[in-house]
Design a protein around this ligand. Sequence first.
Ligand code: PEP
Length: 258
Amino acid sequence: MSRRPVIAGNWKMHNLQQEAADLTNGIMQELRAEDKAALPEVVIAPTFTALYAANKALKDCGCGKVRLAAQNCYFETKGAFTGECSVEMLKDAGCEYIIIGHSERREYFGETDEMVNKKAVKILAEGLVPIICCGESLEQREAGVTDYHIASQITKALRGISAADVAKSIIAYEPIWAIGTGKTCDSVEANRVISMIRNVVKGLYDANTADAIRILYGGSVKPATIKEQMAQSDIDGALVGGASLTADSFAQIVKGAM
Ligand code: PEP
């Protein structure tokens, strides 16, 4: 089974509206000469307040080479949930993907595996694609519980979701100690963990579902690292933080995944 690569840029809490429009336009400019069919799925995830500006830039360009994601959502449809944004609202704002369970949300905002599961269920029910993040801390890695921890995160995140919906979903393996640190996980090791995740999906579902789901690596991905990462058997792309904040480095990563 050949899986289409995905390169997703997580802008985190960066970029005012004009900056988001400029970065979106810059990325599209960098990708202008590339054949759309040869590109990976290219996704950008601005913060909520910049979604409109980024979406407008994407629509004005009309090249269809870049798609929009949100960095978080709430699992309820509407109501008295001050400060939250529903999946419907994000879809209305042009999002096709939503990142959930990022380690920063788990650490600073108390996002639990159960919340990640509810969000994934809601995102899929609305026809969007969840990008489900998982990953171990340095302490967990040193204690030798990486695989156990990640298998548990994935099993809980996918609870109650059909095989067909899992096949459409995206998982991002992001060792916490590699996020924003400049310390990339060794590609062979990242591939080993990602194969383990694929095996977990196979155990929960079947071989076809495990073959179909895209599993990305995230953690200090840079233009210099992407080729080696993409050469691994099970790494289907990257979730990129810092290096997605300039058009040139993000486009180099996209091109490195072609
Ligand atoms: C991330 O936040 O998802 C991430 C991988 O960040 P960075 O690329 O900066 O490590």
